[in-house]
Design a protein around this ligand. Structure first.
Ligand SMILES: Cc1cc2nc3c(=O)[nH]c(=O)nc-3n(C[C@H](O)[C@H](O)[C@H](O)COP(=O)(O)OP(=O)(O)OC[C@H]3O[C@@H](n4cnc5c(N)ncnc54)[C@H](O)[C@@H]3O)c2cc1C
Length: 449
């Protein structure tokens, strides 16, 4: 955007108490998601910098979706009417040292939050592969990292503050609202506008990251030992040659619990330099490896905070299977390698602890994810996804809410036991469907358009 246009837009935003739509996308390029595979269905975008402004927009609009950092690969965030961006609301509102919580405005990203938290002596339990995503958007879609004992990122939420369809402000906390809170946290953007989030934090910690190369699929017999061998473990594979190309082990440095990186890890050999998950690519954008100690927020993500891609030439899909089916499910995908590999950049296997959040794919049981970073060729990928989904169907598979899938709405809806309660919760905060869109109508509310 030209500097003059930006200044004009900035002053428009500052000066307008009842908001005008931000016109940036009317000035040229279409509004798209990060991967640019989704062109959103409207360019009517409002921006808010206060609770009052959010309430005004919500009251004025018949239908509205909040856009976070636009990192979803499907149309979960899309709107045919209007968007609301909370990007200017990116401050920490409170840090409660006693309660070990941080409260932040809902436009904040992990990249903004984490260095602040660390500077105050605190940390989060886990992070996704990159820090550029908004906390509200990530928690709303059950975004996760890896680690047998680590719940998804939404499990750190202790309080949510929302503006509902009527414009009322509602506060839901784990302590006071029990099941209703569990229903609201992974809210898929369907309950209202999240204005503030309070997260549980813990004392800051340091980590080391080690990468090993060539772990044979035959070692899957030791899957539990492999995945529990460090705080967070990721297995990367291109499904060729019956092996995981790389194993990423993220280990916390804790007194009396030093992780001795072995010379061989289930037959895999230590990397001799920092690696990208796709070994042929430069590792300069990746977080430091080779056991170099560093702060938690510079080791938990795979990609560096300072590296801010504005768009990506890739597509992503990810499937959650119950932990008990993990090995069978991985081997089922491995059998498809001839179909999968030509369209793939890389796959990643991660583990996530079970939780109590109704719409989390890990509700009440630990799961393992099988992730695919695809070349950006939707016609080919869209033909492959049903093949993979058929192979994974016997394992009670659930797709990532923010990634590409072709599982039918009926199957998806039937795999969430708390769905009827979630729909009822949505009706309480949004009786007329102000925050619904086509994705939610089909996949949650069962409305076929
Ligand atoms: C390169 C890349 C790497 C990724 N890595 C991971 C990973 O490691 N693990 C993983 O699980 N996922 C990963 N993802 C997926 C991503 O983290 C999620 O899709 C997440 O939702 C992105 O957050 P966002 O703010 O960009 O979401 P958006 O696409 O902007 O929005 C997602 C949903 O959240 C809602 N929402 C956002 N803000 C609010 C709010 N304030 N109030 C109400 N609703 C709101 C939107 O309406 C929408 O329904 C990755 C994506 C990319 C592009």
């Amino acid at each position: 955007m030209k500097r003059r246009t930006f200044v004009e837009l900035s002053s428009l935003l500052m000066a307008t108490p009842v908001l005008s739509p931000v016109l940036s996308w009317a000035l040229g390029s279409k509004l798209k998601n990060w991967a640019e595979n989704v062109e959103y269905s409207t360019e009517q975008m409002y921006s808010a910098n206060s609770l009052e402004q959010i309430t005004n927009v919500v009251k004025a609009q018949q239908n509205l979706k909040v856009l976070g950092t636009r990192h979803c690969f499907n149309r979960i965030a899309d709107s045919t009417h209007s968007f609301l961006s909370l990007k200017p609301m990116d401050k920490v509102a409170a840090l409660d040292r006693g309660a070990r919580t941080v409260t932040l405005e809902a436009g904040m990203t992990y990249g903004q939050l984490c260095p602040y938290l660390d500077s105050k002596g605190f940390a989060l339990h886990n992070l996704a592969s990159l820090p550029h995503i908004s906390v509200a958007g990530a928690c709303s879609t059950a975004t996760h990292g890896s680690g047998d004992a680590n719940g998804n990122l939404a499990t750190a939420v202790s309080t949510l503050e929302l503006v509902t369809a009527s414009g009322d402000s509602v506060k839901l906390s784990r302590e006071q609202d029990g099941e209703k809170f569990h229903g609201a946290v992974v809210g898929l953007g369907a309950l209202g506008v999240i204005t503030r989030i309070t997260l549980n934090v813990q004392a800051s910690y340091k980590m080391r990251q080690y990468v090993y190369e060539n772990l044979l699929f035959s070692e899957l017999q030791h899957f539990d030992a492999v995945m529990s061998s460090a705080y967070s473990v990721s297995l990367f594979t291109d499904w060729q040659h019956q092996r995981f190309n790389e194993v990423w082990l993220k280990s916390r440095i804790e007194e009396g619990k030093s992780f001795e990186a072995p010379q061989e890890f289930f037959g895999a050999k230590p990397a001799s330099k920092d690696l990208h998950p796709i070994a042929e690519l430069s590792a300069e954008n990746c977080t430091p490896q080779m056991g170099v100690p560093g702060p938690w927020y510079e080791r938990l993500p795979h990609f560096r905070m300072g590296f801010t891609p504005s768009a990506g030439k890739e597509l992503q899909s990810e499937y959650f299977v119950p932990r008990r089916h993990a090995v069978e499910a991985i081997l089922a995908v491995a059998r498809l390698h001839e179909q999968v590999s030509p369209h793939l950049l890389i796959s990643e296997i991660r583990s996530i602890a079970g939780d109590d959040l109704w719409m989390s794919p890990c509700y009440k049981e630990p799961r393992v994810t099988i992730h695919f970073t695809w070349k950006q060729d939707w016609p080919a990928v869209s033909k492959l996804l049903p093949v993979i989904e058929t192979e994974l169907a016997p394992f009670d598979v659930r797709p990532h809410w923010g990634k590409l899938f072709t599982i039918s709405p009926e199957k998806l809806r039937s795999s969430y036991p708390k769905l009827p309660d979630f729909i009822e919760l949505c009706r309480q905060t949004d009786p007329q469907g102000k925050f619904r869109n086509d994705f939610l109508n089909r996949n949650i509310f069962g409305v076929i358009s």
